[in-house]
Design a protein around this ligand. Structure first.
Ligand code: BES
Ligand code: MN
Ligand code: ZN
Length: 497
């Protein structure tokens, strides 16, 4: 859909004027500013009791008088209080489901009717992002008959206005919202695809495709390249699969020459059956989502490139399946990582850290990161600890952690920091190797933190953060595209530094 900014929308001829209105007497002030042709039908509806202004309520009006200015009026209740993130989401959800019920091809909305602490830039970004969210469908895998029945959305254009002094901020917000939404859509599409279609080879082809569309350079490391680099941890996971592993590298260099890059690492495990330590079959289908970290990195790369951010960015996506097989890792196997650290694989289902540790070493060795951030559906324990509202955040650098938390607050794509105290690291003791891949002391406790401190062993020489997105990246059976909005905001902030 097309999102535009206009200095004023009240005199614009439109298919549908969206009019957010508060509950109770506060509505009178908002109504007083409106042209009479709009005000009169709204006042009538309020008098008749058809519209209370309750948060998220809607009413569609067809003005007969002055209808040449707005063919439809969509009233949306904003409730009694200033809009927080949750209420704003509810209001915008109501706006887009209300619009969906009409045949309007274009609509207008004045952001000043969304009262709260959000800046004009934030509001514009949020409207665009949630608008695209509302339009999102994943029906590539439906059959022809079902596809034929899909009614395409009629809404093609939404025009936003606001205070004159906010014009630039609104334009920025729209641009960021569009780029973020494109990144989220890509991340969701990749994540929602089943494991038999979205294989490491498929992800590699998507990286090639991005390079064809945008100023991104893609390089794929094959199994033999990984062998030459000594990526023994990553390769040990891939051994159990008939799909060849891929190590996907995408570079977007638009910053000052020689400026150190931000390196984004994403777990691209296209299906995680657990390996020999096989998972229970209930909900195992959801392990197609075990590449959501990689999908996040794809989405963030796309958003950064669309925004033409003046930064240097490197994406690293180690990609493999994790399956039981005669050649698969066995509990007790000892593998040598690229860093030379030997790892005792006590549980083959803790495979994410095995593919990520070699990617972290690769980042450190070949890309000298300004900061390195990895994204991974790493632990079920993170789902238990934080549930869906927040991604788990870990970092060896307080400034980096704070920037990521702030970007999450800014975009309502929240994260919450968890500790990595030495006591946790002490839980990683191996009788035979340098480190086990699961806790051997206090086993079963603080699982998300154990995953993080394992990775930290491979990120000693860089400013690094780890985001465990096991809960935030999909809910039920649907990918959320999180935390692409957080990462995009972080990169925008980074570029403005
Ligand atoms: N991909 C899973 C983590 C996961 C599980 C995410 C369920 C979301 C929902 C990961 O590879 C895994 O299996 N982790 C194990 C680690 C354990 C063996 C230490 C887990 O969480 O059970
Ligand atoms: Mn696993
Ligand atoms: Zn996994």
């Amino acid at each position: 859909m097309d999102y535009r900014h206009a200095a004023a929308t009240d005199a614009l001829k439109t298919d549908c004027r969206v009019l957010p209105l508060p509950e109770g007497e506060a509505a009178s002030a908002a109504l007083a500013e409106l042209p009479e042709s709009v005000r009169t039908p709204v006042e009538q509806a309020r008098k008749r009791g058809d519209f209370s202004g309750k948060l998220g309520s809607t009413l569609l009006l067809i003005p007969t008088d002055g209808g040449d200015l707005a063919a439809r009026l969509l009233l949306v209740g904003t409730g009694k209080d200033a809009l927080n993130d949750k209420a704003l989401k509810k209001v915008l959800g109501a706006v887009f489901s209300g619009l969906k019920l009409t045949a309007a091809a274009d609509a207008v909305l004045d952001l000043r009717h969304l009262p709260g602490a959000h800046s004009a830039r934030q509001l514009a970004e949020r409207v665009v992002r949630l608008g695209e969210e509302a339009l999102y469908r994943m029906d590539r895998c439906k059959g022809e008959a079902a596809q034929a029945k899909i009614i395409p959305a009629t809404l093609a254009k939404l025009t936003l206005s606001g205070a004159p002094e906010d014009a630039a901020a609104i334009e920025q917000g729209i641009a960021q919202g569009c780029a973020t939404a494109a990144g989220i859509t890509l991340a969701k599409d990749l994540s929602n695809l089943p494991g038999n279609i979205c294989t490491p080879t498929y992800l590699a082809s998507v990286a090639q495709q991005l390079a064809a569309e945008l100023p991104i350079v893609t390089r794929i490391l094959e199994q033999s390249d990984m062998e030459a680099l000594g990526m023994g941890a990553l390769l040990s996971v891939a051994k159990g699969s008939r799909q060849p592993p891929k190590f996907i590298i995408m570079e977007y260099r638009n910053g000052p020459e020689g400026a150190k890059p931000v390196v984004l690492v994403g777990k691209g495990l296209t299906f995680d059956a657990g390996g020999i330590s096989i998972k229970p079959s209930a909900k195992m289908d959801e392990m197609k989502f075990d590449m959501c970290g990689g999908a996040t990195v794809f989405g963030a790369m796309k958003a950064a490139a669309l925004l033409k951010l003046p930064i240097n960015l490197v994406a690293l996506i180690p990609s493999s399946e994790n399956l039981p097989d005669g050649a698969a890792n066995k509990p007790g196997d000892i593998v040598t990582s690229m860093a030379g650290i030997t790892i005792e694989v006590l549980n083959t289902d803790a495979e994410g850290r095995l593919i990520l540790c070699d990617a972290l070493t690769y980042a450190e060795k070949f890309h000298d990161p300004e900061v390195c951030i990895d994204f991974a559906t790493l632990t079920g324990a993170c789902v238990v600890a934080l549930g869906h509202p927040a991604s788990g955040l870990f970092s060896n650098d307080d400034m980096l952690a704070d920037s990521l938390l702030k970007a999450g607050t800014d975009t309502a794509d929240r994260a919450w920091r968890l500790p990595m105290w030495e006591e946790y690291d002490d839980q990683l003791f191996s009788d035979f190797a340098d480190i086990p891949n699961i806790a051997t002391r206090g086993a079963g406790e603080a699982g998300a933190i154990i995953g993080a401190v394992f990775l930290q062993r491979f990120a000693k020489n860089m400013r690094w953060a780890h985001m465990d997105i096991a809960a935030s990246s999909w809910v039920g059976k649907r990918a959320t595209g999180r935390p692409v909005a957080l990462v995009t905001q972080f990169l925008v902030d980074q570029a403005a530094k």
